[in-house]
Design a protein around this ligand. Sequence first.
Ligand SMILES: Cc1cc2nc3c(=O)[nH]c(=O)nc-3n(C[C@H](O)[C@H](O)[C@H](O)COP(=O)(O)OP(=O)(O)OC[C@H]3O[C@@H](n4cnc5c(N)ncnc54)[C@H](O)[C@@H]3O)c2cc1C
Length: 435
Amino acid sequence: MEMKNTDILIVGTGASGLFAALHIPENLQVLMITKGQVKESDSFLAQGGICVLRDEEDYDSFMEDTLKAGHYENRRESVDIMIRSSRNVIRELIEYGVDFARKDGELDYTREGCHSKPRILFHEDITGEEITSKLLKAVQALPNVEILEQVTMLDMIEKENTCLGIIAKTEEGEHLGIQARYTIFATGGIGGLYRHSTNYPHLTGDALAVAMRHGVELEHIDYIQIHPTTLYSQKPGRRFLISESVRGEGAKLYNAKGERFANEVLPRDLLTAKIQEQMKKDGKPYVWLDMTVLGEKVILNHFPHIYERCLEEGYDVTKDWIPVVPAQHYFMGGIHVDSSSKTTMEHLYAVGETSCNGVHGANRLASNSLLESLVFAQRAAQDIGEKWQSEGEQEKDFAELLQKTEKCICKQEKNLADTYKQEVLGEIERERQAK
Ligand SMILES: Cc1cc2nc3c(=O)[nH]c(=O)nc-3n(C[C@H](O)[C@H](O)[C@H](O)COP(=O)(O)OP(=O)(O)OC[C@H]3O[C@@H](n4cnc5c(N)ncnc54)[C@H](O)[C@@H]3O)c2cc1C
């Protein structure tokens, strides 16, 4: 089996993994792996935008909007960290070349459901692509970072509750042992576990299954957000999201009789329930969304990609209503972490959607996730940078432990992906039943 040795291993190359890499001290070697190609992450799919604290006067309102959307189950300390860090993160993104929309030279802000004020920065309706591609470019320019594509983490190598690295599988089907002083899980959400999801299908919560097997604490694993409006299609595969900001800007929902049945800017969970109830009443697998009220100019300027994608499906949103249906979208729960993104295992961190730092509580406020991912990824990197000085030698038993793990994995490998899937779904169900 091939072996690699690195200072820091980051599993996942979405926004959270990339931002962590950018904040690791440059004298440390970083190895990043991703299950797919570098551009195949949900971070590239984000449409609506990224929140920011506009000014001090917005603090209480931003906090209250986040807590209210999260049903007051949020960790207040984490929300405070996110809000307070937001302006620096945005400044940094602009320095990396992220081109947020501007009006008369000043940053322009949009609003989405449950935000009492416009505080969301955006780039057309492809904010995620704009941010993540610029972060990727910056990481690719770093001499201390190597990225391996099509390499999948299979399991963790651990001794006495200390993470020593992982075992992975390459595109060629070979095993690869990676020893690392610190490991960061940045493996994204769990949409791949569901039939209808806006996520990439390869995002199947692998890090959760691995964490569970090694006794790493999880939190709120049953808190899963369903997005109320994705484009209805009979075709299998990822569902196309019709961003919340479309409704924030004034698009209306109608039932089969062409009557309005809900307040379009309700929190996502409440609106999803209304739509599902209406679909049942109508006996249809969708309800209608009317974007025509926004006018052609707003649609073409602010939502050009939604316009084009709907055209591909045969709908001209400047003239036609489109059928929409709720789909799995976001995972609020995850691997429990503290405010430095450290898990309950030594030398193991988790960031982004796969982690739970408590920011989102029971329900995520729109456009808080990219911000949360970046803020807490940076904190993980800083914590590692600080701890690095005081830590001792690397564990010498790694090779032996790796071989043992490989033997175990070999026995299950054929069905490993399916086993992990069942383990995660089973845990979600157990947590639900326990409430
Ligand atoms: C359609 C859509 C629209 C969205 N719109 C917004 C928005 O407007 N604003 C907002 O704030 N948020 C939005 N979100 C949510 C946001 O995009 C995500 O929460 C965020 O990007 C997650 O980033 P991440 O780095 O945690 O994970 P991701 O970007 O999903 O990256 C996960 C990485 O982990 C890798 N990986 C997974 N498993 C393994 C494994 N076993 N081995 C190796 N690698 C692995 C993947 O290949 C990938 O590189 C949206 C999400 C979707 C799907």
